[in-house]
Every structure is written in structure tokens, then in C-alpha cells.
Design a protein around this ligand. Structure first.
Ligand SMILES: NC(=O)C1=CN([C@@H]2O[C@H](COP(=O)(O)OP(=O)(O)OC[C@H]3O[C@@H](n4cnc5c(N)ncnc54)[C@H](OP(=O)(O)O)[C@@H]3O)[C@@H](O)[C@H]2O)C=CC1
Ligand SMILES: CC(C)(CO)C(=O)C(=O)O
Length: 305
């Protein structure tokens, strides 16, 4: 698996045990990798529901960084706002030769993770994988298994790590464009499902598609100003892709809203607003959605007044 680390050559640590962390850790463990799942809320067993069947995936689960073995690969799968809180894990896991793979939506992965990476190299990653965490350790995979990373030596090594998992690792020469292309779908799907408390079947309805188009028109202009090579075709593809993971699928932001957890909107719609301000581009629709998301973030549904 490439770079040599101090006694950590084959150890993989996955930080975060939500939809993405749980599913990625399960996929790697089932492919025979030596994986430790590093959790915040402790639980005993990891189960994955996929294609109508539920299976348990045995692997070590720990909530305590003390005594954990160093790792060649550290996969960070917390929400973006929790990145800094992962520092104690990375401090215990990272050695020269380790790679910290930041698997999050949004942009600015390297800037976000660099302050906590220590000796690890930081590799940004964009994932297409629709996964729901129903309860601690209970993961439901709704569809897709792709990860894009910047092309290079670490991309090839990451492809080796994921060999046999069913995940496609896609090296790209233009990560900025890939990250913004993915952000298009999150600006629509995450914001609108979280605000309406609807799953992605919402996007079968014409008024939701009209609003989606307005969000995307603003977003493509900003993405282009940020150097992303997006075109009107990307807008149409993002619209066409809405709701393709099945009527039961939601989004990571909807699941947080349903559980009353803080939303990731500052790193999704907020990232768009920050970039829009840098370039003096008006984004009134996204600005309105941001204000609404800010209002409901962390609100328990049982406490709605
Ligand atoms: N779910 C999806 O379908 C997709 C999600 N994404 C992106 O992937 C990223 C992860 O999303 P998702 O898996 O849905 O998020 P979740 O909220 O389901 O999972 C995040 C996990 O990180 C844990 N966590 C937070 N801080 C720490 C910490 N300091 N140490 C250990 N664990 C910690 C949380 O713990 P706790 O259990 O206590 O909450 C939780 O288990 C986000 O950027 C999201 O936008 C991208 C594509 C699809
Ligand atoms: C909408 C989806 C599933 C697209 O992959 C996503 O990225 C998320 O839920 O955060």
C-alpha cells in the first residue's frame, strides 16, 4: 500500500461512524483490510443494510484515541464543522508517511484539515455514495460507490486500498471542478430536503425542479468565477441526477435535521455565499436558503414552536 509508516503499514483508521464512515469502514473490513472505526458516540456493533438485507460487519470500534496503533491511512468522515474535533485521533494515528484522506462534501478540504494533520499528507476526496445512519452503528446504503481524488501517487495507492471493495477510485487532474460539480447537487438536494423534511422523491415535483434550477444557475456562475470548469451541461446533469438514488433516499443534511443535529450548511450553501461575495456575484436564492438553514440548524423537531 505504498508509503512506509512507523509500524503502521497496513492499518486503516476511519474517523466518524455516520453514513459515510460506517459504510466505508464496513467495505474496507469486508475486503480484508485492517480497519479501526474511531467513533464519538460509542456503540458495539456495525450493521449495514443494502439491497434489502442487513448484515453485521465485525471490526474494532473505539471511542478512545489512547493506545490506538498508528495508521498508514486515516479517513476523516466527520461533518465539515467537526473537522477540528478530530485532532486527538489524528495526533495519535498520524506518522510521517500517513495520509489523511478528507472525505467530505464542499470545497476547501485541504485548508480545513491541514491545521490538524500533523505529519500526515492531506488528500481531499469527494464521494458519491448515498448512505443513511439510522442509529449509532446502523447504516443503510441507498446507492453509488465512487470516490474522486487528485491524480498522483496517493491516488494510485488509495485505489490499491479500495481494491475489492466495489468502490471506484477516480483520479482527477482538476479537483476544483469535481468538488464544485458535486457541490451543485448538495446545494439543491441537501438544502431543500432539510428545509422541507422531504426525501429526494421531492424532486419529481415541478416546483421543486424550478427552484433547483434557480439555485444551480446562481451556483454555476460562482463556480466558474472560482475557476471550476462548469457549463450549462453540468447544470442539466445535476438536475437530471436529483432523486436518482430511489424514493427512500434522503441526504446527509436531511438526516441531521430529522435528528436535531447541527447542519453542515455553512460548508455547503455557506461556501457558495463566501465565494459569491469574493467575486461580487448576487446569489439571492441561495442567500435565502442559507438564512432558513441557519434558523433550523440544531433545532429538535420535538421542540418546534
Ligand atoms: N451520507 C451521505 O449520503 C453523504 C455524505 N457526504 C458527506 O460526507 C461527510 C460525512 O457525512 P455523513 O457520514 O453523512 O455524516 P454523519 O453525521 O452521518 O457522520 C459523521 C460522524 O462523525 C462523527 N464524529 C464527529 N466528530 C467526531 C470526532 N471528533 N471523533 C469521532 N467521530 C466524530 C459523528 O459522531 P456521532 O455519531 O456522535 O454523531 C458521526 O458518527 C459530510 O461532509 C457529508 O456531507 C457525502 C456524500 C454522501
Ligand atoms: C445528496 C448526496 C447523497 C449525493 O451523493 C450527498 O452528497 C449527501 O447526502 O450529502
Amino acid at each position: 500500500m505504498g508509503r512506509e509508516t512507523d509500524g503502521a503499514a497496513d492499518h486503516v483508521a476511519v474517523i466518524g461512524s455516520g453514513g459515510i464512515g460506517g459504510y466505508v469502514a464496513a467495505s474496507l473490513a469486508e475486503a480484508g483490510r485492517k480497519v479501526t472505526l474511531c467513533v464519538r458516540t460509542p456503540f458495539d456493533r456495525l450493521t449495514v443494510e443494502e439491497g434489502g438485507t442487513v448484515r453485521e460487519v465485525p471490526l474494532p470500534i473505539t471511542a478512545d484515541p489512547a493506545g490506538i496503533a498508528p495508521a498508514r491511512w486515516i479517513l476523516l468522515t466527520t461533518k465539515s464543522q467537526d473537522t477540528a474535533s478530530a485532532f486527538p485521533w489524528i495526533e495519535a494515528l498520524a506518522r510521517p508517511g500517513s495520509t489523511l484522506v478528507v472525505i467530505q462534501n464542499g470545497v476547501g478540504h485541504v485548508e480545513r484539515a491541514a491545521p490538524i494533520a500533523g505529519p500526515a499528507a492531506v488528500q481531499p476526496a469527494i464521494i458519491w455514495c448515498s448512505v443513511e445512519r439510522r442509529a449509532p452503528g446502523e447504516i443503510v446504503h441507498h446507492g453509488a460507490k465512487r470516490i474522486a481524488v487528485p491524480a498522483g501517487e496517493d491516488a494510485a495507492a488509495l485505489a490499491g486500498l479500495f481494491a475489492g471493495t466495489g468502490f471506484a477510485i477516480e483520479p482527477t487532474e482538476d479537483f476544483v471542478t469535481v468538488a464544485w460539480r458535486k457541490l451543485l447537487s448538495n446545494l439543491v438536494a441537501n438544502a431543500l430536503t432539510a428545509l422541507t423534511l422531504r426525501r429526494t422523491s421531492l424532486f419529481r415535483e415541478p416546483q421543486a425542479r424550478d427552484l433547483a434550477r434557480q439555485i444551480l444557475e446562481e451556483a454555476v456562475a460562482v463556480a466558474q468565477a472560482e475557476g471550476a470548469k462548469l457549463t450549462a451541461d453540468d447544470l442539466e446533469r445535476a438536475l437530471a441526477a436529483l432523486g436518482t438514488h430511489g424514493a427512500d433516499a434522503g441526504t446527509s443534511m436531511l438526516y441531521d435535521r430529522l435528528s436535531g443535529r447541527p447542519l453542515e450548511h455553512r460548508y455547503v450553501t455557506g461556501a457558495l455565499l463566501e465565494a459569491a461575495d469574493r467575486h461580487g456575484i448576487a446569489v439571492p436564492v441561495n442567500r435565502t436558503l442559507y438564512a432558513l438553514l441557519e434558523t433550523v440548524s440544531g433545532q429538535k423537531l420535538s421542540e418546534v414552536r
